[in-house]
Design a protein around this ligand. Structure first.
Ligand SMILES: [Zn+2]
Length: 662
């Protein structure tokens, strides 16, 4: 689907048709408090984008026209002005919207206002005049950010009027975008579409709302983010990019990734003997340094000279210098978008902390009561305190942040409470104002869902006390490839998770979606993005609505199947015990088969969770669902797609698929 935007030329041709339509409707479009948007396939309003409106507003106008047309069957005109006597939807910040009282400067980033005054509906938020959304969707290489479609690690200019248009279409016309492409789009037919009075101001609760769940990542080196089934079901990259917009992924983005590789410490201070500063690197127990390559190295973070050098590197970035101008930097050094971008600079060390630093200064700061053993249930996994290096690392993060604060008060460092520095150190006090703290978490429920979730939520609550910036979360939505074929939804669990977050001052989420196959995670991604915008929403209501909209009379069975899969995941696959493991966020609750069933591996899942009885239940629900839809309808097609991804693979995996198929 080419998302065509040919500006004024394209819409002038429709003026004549619509002019006639408005004559017919004159006098009936604006009766009392009800305004008729369309009736009998005739539009009752024009879409107004005032002369000189910026590209995002034009894009929003085309989206509005496309979907109003689909909903009502009427042709809508986009025009630069409409006389005061004519009903209109006026888009963007313009003199008319300002006269109506809309002040976009008062809105938060991505926020918007929808206001009706008489026969005028205004939809406006802040928009950046230079941003070409069509180029983003088509991934064309044009300024200011070169398209960058599926690669979403970019701080984008603002286009909040578009978000207002989507909200308007959802509320007024009941439209939903559940997954990319036509099959996932729900547009109820509205032969008569009217609106009453309205004055809605919407600001997102979370400023950063990003996930790796958008776009086509099934190609090339990104095989771990496998979404092979999107191309299979006819979803294009353009569809995926449009879906990211319609799910209101934030225009803001927080760079938050391992930074030592980008900063080339191995090259700058180890590889070349004449520049070598051995004392910058972590000391192994035998006295040698852990410096094997750019990514297999760790620094001695208690060394004040390391902090000084990182401060110098960050100052260079904050003052718009080139990465290649860092001391000893290779000619090709560059700032990477997901590590240093805009006003943000990530301090995250490499995951390979090696054996930690064994210099006297570091050893004195290592948490003493650390238990360091092997867990018999997790062969090969060390059980390491999440607070082992907290003192060393948080002293260092604080020192670096304080080192630039006076000179760059509006430039921020991002850092995660993560790995062996997840725990709050004993000497903690309020953190510097330019440090943005993140916590790794898993959306597996709220603090009543077992000890692991209780601990995660408690970590978020505790960390929040030491910063006034709010916390952002790195959310793991990770499926082990060993579970291929097993649906692993976390839907109602996400609802419980976000509902508890709503009072914890969380300002953003990055959802890392690994091994999702695209379609199997669509509802998780849709739901998470709704909840990022407003964590108070009722997930159950959203899921029920989804099932009704997409699968019609088979909605009950679809919900029952999703519930079954979620329960088998949370109560079967997940052990849900308090974690004391290094790594992401309490490793044990994103368990893999060899850890969960050391004797049987994936066969344990068959014996314990997906028993004959459960597989028979899945088959029965699938058949019952099929009996409720009429073949040849879009509901039947969607149901078959749902069953082919959610029910059939699990039946096949465990040889429970009947010969006649389903
Ligand atoms: Zn050290």
């Amino acid at each position: 689907m080419k998302h065509s935007l040919s500006k004024a030329k394209a819409f002038s041709s429709r003026l004549a048709i619509s002019g006639l339509a408005l004559l017919v409707l004159a006098g009936t479009t604006y009766a009392g408090s009800t305004l008729t948007l369309a009736e009998n396939k005739v539009a009752g309003v024009k879409i107004v984008v005032s002369a000189g409106s910026c590209k995002p507003v034009l894009f929003a106008a085309h989206e509005l026209r496309t979907f109003l047309q689909q909903a009502t069957g009427a042709e809508f005109t986009i025009t630069e002005q409409a006389p005061a006597s004519e009903a209109a939807i006026v888009l963007g910040d313009c003199s008319e919207s300002r006269a109506a009282g809309i002040e976009v400067a008062r809105l938060k980033r991505d926020g918007f206002q929808i206001l009706r005054k008489g026969n005028r509906i205004f939809i406006a938020g802040r928009d950046d005049p230079d941003y070409d959304l069509e180029a983003f969707v088509e991934m064309e290489k044009v300024p200011p950010i070169n398209g960058q479609g599926w690669f979403n690690s970019v701080i984008k200019p603002e286009y909040a009027t578009l978000f207002g248009v989507y909200d308007f279409l959802e509320r007024v016309a009941g439209i939903r975008w559940y997954f990319p492409g036509k099959m996932g789009t729900y547009v109820p037919k509205s032969p008569v579409l009217t609106v009453d009075e309205m004055d809605w101001t919407e600001n997102p609760v979370m400023m950063f709302r990003n996930s790796a769940g958008f776009g086509d990542r099934s190609h090339g080196k990104y095989k771990t983010w496998r979404m092979p089934d999107y191309p299979e079901i006819g979803v294009t990259r353009v569809d995926s990019n449009l879906w990211a917009l319609r799910c209101r992924q934030s225009t803001a983005y927080l760079p938050e990734n391992h930074a030592i590789g980008m900063l080339h410490y191995y090259h700058r201070y180890y590889q070349d003997e004449k520049n070598r500063k051995e004392e910058y690197f972590a000391m192994r127990p035998d006295g040698t340094r852990y410096a094997e390559s750019q990514h297999k190295c760790s620094l001695c973070y208690s060394n004040p000279d390391v902090a000084k050098q990182i401060i110098a590197d960050a100052k260079l970035f904050f003052s718009s210098g080139k990465a290649a101008d860092m001391e000893n930097a290779p000619w090709n050094a560059k700032w990477e978008l997901n590590r240093a971008q805009g006003d943000y600079f990530s301090l995250l060390p490499n995951d390979q902390y090696g054996a930690g630093c064994h210099c006297q200064r570091c050893l004195a700061l290592v948490k003493k009561e650390t238990v360091e053993t092997m867990d018999p249930n997790l062969p090969g996994e060390y059980v390491i305190s999440t607070g082992k290096y907290s003192r060393i690392m948080w002293d260092y993060f604080r020192t670096v942040a304080e080192g630039t604060l006076a000179e760059f008060p509006n430039k921020y460092f991002t850092i995660l409470a993560y790995s062996m520095y997840r725990e709050i150190p004993d000497n903690i006090t309020k953190l510097p104002a330019n440090l943005m703290v993140g916590v790794t978490a898993i959306p597996n429920g709220n603090s009543s869902d077992g000890p692991a979730m209780k601990r995660i939520i408690d970590d978020i609550r505790q960390w929040g006390k030491y910063t006034d910036n709010g916390l952002w979360l790195w959310l793991y939505f990770i499926n082990r490839p060993q579970y291929d074929g097993i649906p692993l939804p976390r839907l109602w669990a996400a609802g419980r998770f976000y509902n508890e977050l709503k009072n914890l001052n969380v300002n953003g989420i990055y959802m890392e979606c690994l091994v999702t196959h695209g379609y199997t995670a669509h509802l998780d991604i849709y739901l998470n993005h709704r909840l990022m915008w407003n964590p108070s929403l009722d997930a159950n209501q959203i899921i029920s609505e989804y099932a009704k909209h997409l699968y019609g009379a088979a909605d009950g069975e679809v919900v029952a199947l999703l519930q079954l899969f979620e329960e088998k995941y949370l109560k079967g696959i997940v052990k849900n015990v308090p974690g004391r493991y290094s790594g992401a966020a309490y490793r044990d609750i994103i368990d893999w088969p060899e850890g969960r069933w050391p004797q049987d591996g994936i066969e344990g899942l068959r014996k314990e969770i997906y028993t004959d009885e459960i597989l028979a239940q899945i088959l029965q629900l699938a058949r019952q669902a099929q009996s409720k839809v009429t073949s040849g309808t879009i509901e039947a097609d969607r149901l078959q797609l749902f069953l082919s991804r959610f029910a059939i693979p699990v039946l096949q995996k465990f040889n429970a698929m009947p010969q006649e198929g389903i």
